[in-house]
Design a protein. Sequence first.
Lengths: 139, 123
Amino acid sequence: MTFPPIVAKQESFQLRSSVDVVVARRGVRDWARDLGLSVLDLTKVVTAASELARNAVVHGGGGIMHLQVVRAGAREGLRVIFKDQGPGIPEIERAMQDGYTSGGGMGIGLPGAKRLVNEFDVSSTPSEGTCVTIVRWKV
Amino acid sequence: MTTERIPILRMGKCLLVTIQVDMHDQLAMTLQDDLASAIAAQESNGLLIDISALEMVDSFIGRMIANTAAMCRVLDAETVVVGMRPAVAITLVELGLTLPGIHTSLNVERGMAVLERAAAARV
């Protein structure tokens, strides 16, 4: 049985505009640096966070990002949760495929972000919103 | 919001832009428009984009760079992107963005050499 990781630290960021996306990804970068992630892992998690924060603003009509340092046993990592109250993603399986786009984008956001992190979870309810959770563990 | 802008420098027939700030999406779009206008207005035949200060390039900024290069090609100018950090390059490829058709160089000096060769080949 695995226990859910313990949240050691948390901060929340509003996601309403493209400037908020910059502030949020800067927060992720600073925390990743403080945690001691490698330059490559830091770049990956910041890039994934940027994609997901933009999704929340553009497709979710705005939302919130919770940034957390989590511990599971001896492991430490960064967990980032993106929540919006937008229209939701009607076909998550298709949205997770490379090249699928609801319009406008390149269709690499969700599957691309998933490849950049260790854990990725998306849940969405039509007309209620979407919640995406990512974790990058420190090696 | 104030209309902040990223400065575009002119060096002979080339334009040089160094992105030193973490761009929000609107600023990236403004830069794309400014570059297209500047290429046409100054009849430049080369554009060098220095991204060595960028710690991250996501799909939006990547697409803006790709679109800018495509616009320049249509306006008869070459684009070279210089100074991409290794971690940024790895992340971009894993994200699924390979920037096809874009010239890259390791630094400004090599990038300028590429543009000079391209200009010489025109004559």
